[in-house]
Design a protein around this ligand. Structure first.
Ligand code: G4P
Length: 529
């Protein structure tokens, strides 16, 4: 019974946006509502300004001390909300993609002036393909921006979504008067005071009443009436099922900085957002309310404090109850493990917990047993699917720059790859090691961390690779496959799991290879397990 009740009151989600749209600010306001923090400025931005490595190091260092920023949990109206942090910087997009495998829904933040930006497009595409329910929050209404209707058109076209507004702005920028809450049918007037009592909303059950004219002026009232009529005619009526199936995305407007429109978003969110969802494993679909515990690792965080070298593996609980000190099966290693000090995360602290429920994230201390994608169960042999590895975009040979420290280098590379910082490939031809990353920044990060955490030194050498593709053949004994292996020998490598990978040096080569060897399938995404 407790299990069902606890599942019913959990909402685990991520906030995605292009950097600067207001993700950190919105997160902070949500935490303020939950009483999880007392003042603004408590949530550290995970922003990497100008792509500097030092920024990244600083953020990581802070996290090492307080990893709590990776997961922020709070209670609001007896609902347990878990916000999973997603880095906005594009070089860390892969980390964000992986975190998206652990959320049950997302909120997309869009800057009203900038509209749909590059990172938003990429991240929303991943959510759309996975049918993750999405709510859109259009932010910075206190500034001049695009017309609300135009912006919703842009969202539909660029992001491939079907939207319906659940709140609507009255004016914008200097002329911003407030928000009409279509969901609750009331008006919230904008005063620019972030501390304004949120109970100040005014019920407007009849839009034609003169009360609306008195509140916002006759002109604005008439415009609003026309706009709402247009909305009714143009946009589909909100339907919770369509939203949960990923087919309809409600839109809210507001200003996170002014804490305006955020309560509307949160109140609707706890009502409509999904409780922990079932998850597909390689053998079956696992439901959250099953008695036996199961979960998977979606993130590994190194402790940047040199005095404490252990890592923290973040597990999303999919089913059953997780209990402290109970033996669980680490499926890949076929080994039972017990955890004496599992962590739960709150806004400003982490705590050792005895039990945790589906939707929750627990942090387990790890001395190198976990890889991203690993599954824990009570004994069942199954692996969760869907923690992907993407084709890297940058490639370099990695060399040992201090022959006395080759063991340290090997260990360091091994562990950094388990964390998902980058991918390691070994060339078939000569055994040379190649590092592939999603962003150029990672090379510096790897070099820095190898030196500071493992005492090893590395150097890089450029390598011209356009794309790395995972190779799959319908028939490994076929003449075509043998020919492929022979002709492409110089461009073949194995990834860390021993999967065959083909390095194409240009788009042209890739196309030619696909044409010449139609039965050899080249994939741009692989799964960790
Ligand atoms: P991010 O996490 O998505 O990268 O964005 P973040 O919340 O850090 O917000 C980016 C900038 O936009 C910040 O200003 C923030 O204060 C501002 N901002 C967020 N919400 C609103 C809003 O509703 N209205 C207005 N006008 N601005 C908003 P900054 O100058 O870059 O940073 P800071 O020095 O103020 O922290």
């Amino acid at each position: 019974m407790t299990l069902i009740k606890e599942i019913g009151r959990r909402r685990t989600f991520g906030i995605i946006s292009h950097p600067d749209a207001g993700k950190t600010t919105l997160t902070e306001k949500l935490l303020l509502f939950g009483g999880a923090i007392q003042e603004a400025g408590a949530v550290k931005s995970n922003k990497i300004k100008k792509g500097a490595t030092s920024d990244f190091m600083e953020i990581e260092r802070q996290r090492g001390i307080s990893v709590a920023t990776s997961v922020l949990a709070f209670e609001y109206q007896n609902i347990k909300i878990n916000i999973l942090d997603t880095p906005g910087h594009k070089d860390f997009a892969e980390d964000t993609f992986r975190t998206l495998t652990a959320v049950d829904s997302v909120i997309v933040v869009i800057d009203v002036a900038k509209g749909v930006e590059e990172q938003t497009e990429k991240l929303v595409e991943v959510c759309r393909m996975r049918k993750i329910p999405m709510i859109v929050f259009i932010n910075k209404l206190d500034r001049e921006g695009k017309d609300a209707f135009e912006l919703m058109d842009e969202i539909e076209q660029k992001l491939g979504l079907t939207v319906t507004p659940l709140s609507f702005p009255i004016g914008m920028g200097y002329d911003f008067k407030g928000i009409y809450n279509i969901w609750e049918k009331n008006v919230n007037l904008f005063t620019g005071d972030p501390k304004k009592d949120i109970e100040d909303t005014i019920e407007i059950s009849n839009l034609n009443s003169s009360e609306l004219d008195q509140l916002i002026g006759e002109k604005s009232a008439n415009i609003l009436r026309e706009e709402l009529e247009l909305i009714q005619g143009v946009y589909p009526e909100f339907d919770k099922e369509s939203y949960l199936e990923g087919n309809l995305q409600p839109v809210f407007f507001g200003s996170a900085l002014n804490n305006f429109g955020v309560r509307e978003l949160l109140d609707c969110f706890i009502e409509i957002a999904p409780t922990p969802r079932p998850k597909e494993s390689d053998t079956r679909l696992v439901k959250p309310n099953e008695k036996e515990f199961s979960g998977f690792v979606f993130k590994i965080h190194a402790n940047m404090d040199p005095k404490h070298r252990d890592r923290l593996a973040f597990i999303k609980i999919v089913s059953g109850v997780f209990e402290r000190n109970k033996p669980y099966l680490h499926v890949r290693n076929n080994k039972k493990m017990k955890f004496s000090s599992p962590n739960a995360f709150f806004a400003e602290r982490k705590e050792i917990i005895d039990t945790s429920y589906p939707g929750d994230i627990v942090g387990l201390h790890d001395t190198g047993n976990f890889k991203i994608g690993d599954t824990l169960t009570e004994g069942e042999l199954m692996n969760y699917k869907g923690v992907p590895s993407f084709s890297p975009e940058y490639f370099r040979y990695i060399n040992n720059a201090d022959p006395m420290k080759s063991k340290q280098l090997e260990k360091g590379i091994d562990q950094l790859m388990d964390e998902g910082v980058a991918q390691l490939f070994t060339l078939e031809m000569n055994g040379r090691k190649v590092i592939g990353t999603v962003g150029a920044l990672q090379f510096e990060v790897i070099q820095y961390r190898l030196e500071h955490e493992y005492g090893a030194k590395c150097s890089y050498e450029n390598l011209n690779v356009y794309k790395a593709c995972w190779v799959e053949s319908e028939d490994n004994k076929s003449e075509e496959f043998k020919e492929f292996l022979r002709v492409k020998n110089k461009f073949l490598a194995k990834d860390k799991r021993g999967q065959l990978v083909f390095f194409a040096d240009s788009q042209f080569t890739l196309q030619m290879t696909q044409q010449k060897f139609p039965k050899v399938k080249l994939h741009f995404v692989s799964e960790f397990n």
